[in-house]
Design a protein around this ligand. Sequence first.
Ligand SMILES: [Zn+2]
Length: 109
Amino acid sequence: MSILLAPSHNGDNSKTNDLVYIEHPDQLMSHPELIEKLPKEYLLKLSPYQLEQFWECLSNKLKEDSDLQERRPCYEHYNRPEDEIHIDGPAPPKYRCYVCQANKKVYDT
Ligand SMILES: [Zn+2]
């Protein structure tokens, strides 16, 4: 999943800047200044784990986006001691977490 991103350039939009070609999301870990420039469409394609890695670098506008919030992994309800099913592997995103979804229905009504 690749993307071209323009690095920050001190507010001067008239200059053309070298674009940074990101071939794999992991490369963004060494370009934290580019993470806040990621469009929502790109973030939605990341795995929950990758999204969580970038979360603190995102703009507040994106952090408040419910589509993105739902894609963060749910560690809160993940392999709790009372759960009958133990999940091997990464935590599921909140939109696939049955506890989160059940809570959501309560708030919706
Ligand atoms: Zn949950």
